[in-house]
Design a protein around this ligand. Sequence first.
Ligand code: PLP
Length: 390
Amino acid sequence: MNFKASTIVERLPIHYFSSLHEKVAAYQEKGIDIINLANGFPDLPTPETIVGALKDAVDNKENHGYPSFYGKEKMREAVAKFYRREYGVELNPETEVMVFQGSGIGITGIPQSLLNPGDYLLTTDPAYPAYKVAAALSKANYYAIPVHEQDGFLPDYTYVPEEIAQKVKLLILNYPNNPTGALATPEFFKESIAFAAKNGFPILHDFAYGAFGFDGKKPISLLQIPGGKEYGIETYSASKTFNMAGWRFGFAVGNGSIIEAFKRFHSHSYSTVFGAIQDAAITALNAPQDNIDRLRDLYEQRRNVFVRELRQIGWDVSYPQGTFFAWLKVPEGFTSKTFTELLFEKAHVAVAPGEGFGEYGSSYVRVSLANKEEILLEAVKRISKLEIFN
Ligand SMILES: Cc1ncc(COP(=O)(O)O)c(C=O)c1O
């Protein structure tokens, strides 16, 4: 017997990159050496101190029972301390902090805690695909503002039609941005808060790559900007900053009314987070800032080498400002899809086609810098042999 999925599930897109991942696996199984630059997760292991903290925490019998629905008190305090240290932002650990299993849960759960059918979720095109999923799960409409390289991939709100602006009940932003690698400026966040205030909606800022800004530019938290805490909520992830992608730990900070709504939604939908994971995350948050700086420097070094070498072979691409992605404009005559296919079939290099992030990604491909320098260099060598840029 086959049962029909709900209309919500039917509305969910099939994961755009799943066919690419399957293709990579199929080729690798046949013994073909594919360089996979389409991946979106850190290549380095979790630091030993964090692993050790988890081992100890697992032995602690207090962690064998149900933890608090809203995260341990010392966990929320560690988050507040981290935000004070990194961004000079003061948070009330009781009312302005919330923890969950990976920021993906916040990104899809916060919209469901705020939106009603018929409301609009506003974001950018291109954007991280989970935002569209969040709109579908919320039975809300989705409107994406095209962003362009010449504007630093920052949206211009004057392009949002007035009748849509009136129905927007949530704006999602993400800087440092996946896929474009762009950073926000304080002026842009000020404009965003003014636009949100004018239309009376909140902003969810996805700060998953908050640790990685290059050329001496530290990414800004939305909450650092005046009005940021009044209109904003920010999700943060341990996955990238601490190389803890598999551990599933993230948190949200900001506007108390949104935190309260999301706590209620979250306690019913996802319960809470294993106490031992919380203890290990406290160790991560309290660790010296140098660890984060070293990781950022590593990605920056890879970026410098990779982009320099691509330019050397004649591919005129831009340097991303942050994240661990490079967003590369495809050469004249190609689309993201046809160029991805060419690189895959002829150079055995897998990249993510930009159209998976939205229509305005269709002349770009995304490359992950979460790969060793020698792998990135080998990819350039293979691409160079195609002689496309001569
Ligand atoms: C922009 C962005 N936001 C959120 C996430 C989700 O991160 P996690 O659920 O691992 O915290 C990712 C993961 O790739 C991402 O790229």
